[in-house]
Design a protein. Structure first.
Length: 187
């Protein structure tokens, strides 16, 4: 089920086209920056964990066979590493469409590589959106990812591209590594 959150995001965070905003990317925004940005830096946020718990009916799967993509879940004491982009407000028209399937913009504090802390936004698909699939055993998630394919390509490519992008940033994610191990074991 596809739910378009674009209007909600525009209403909750009204931005002028020339506003400069920091955006945190923790999933495909790390490896697929198909938007103009003023600056890109490594970053992390605190109190969140990346999980393949959001259904993808419009990019990495179909309504009949949804894929799984990442969202964030509250995780006190943990850090989620990714990339921060400094962008203009006008870019959010594209991003809101790209992230429309259940993702809402939330305010966050970004900890940039080098020690600087800035206010920014991120997209999170919460458990109350219709596309949310939630937790499942790692073997089941890996199997679903291996089988799903949508207009943006194979769900497996999303997982592999994200893992490679995180490694290029010098970080690993235990959830992603667990899914890769399941796939290597032949789930």
């Amino acid at each position: 089920m596809v739910i378009d959150t674009s209007a909600i995001n525009r209403r909750n965070h009204a931005l002028a086209d020339d506003d400069e905003v920091w955006l945190f990317g923790y999933g495909s925004l790390i490896f697929k920056a198909d938007f103009p940005y003023l600056e890109r830096r490594g970053a992390h946020i605190q109190g969140w964990a990346r999980r393949f718990w959001q259904g993808s009916h419009d990019h990495r799967g179909t309504p009949e066979s949804p894929g799984r993509v990442v969202t964030l879940t509250a995780a006190p004491g943990q850090h989620c590493h990714g990339v921060a982009y400094r962008i203009r407000g006008a870019v959010f028209a594209h991003l809101d469409h790209r992230e429309k399937n259940g993702y809402l913009r939330l305010d966050t504090t970004l900890h940039l590589t080098g020690g600087e802390t800035v206010a920014g936004l991120l997209y999170v698909a919460t458990a109350d959106n219709p596309a949310f699939l939630g937790p499942a055993p790692a073997a089941d998630i890996a199997r679903q990812i291996a089988a799903a394919h949508g207009p943006s390509g194979a769900n497996l490519d999303y997982l592999l591209d994200l893992a490679a992008a995180l490694r290029a940033l010098g970080t690993r994610d235990t959830h992603i590594e667990q899914l890769l191990a399941e796939l290597s074991a032949g789930v």
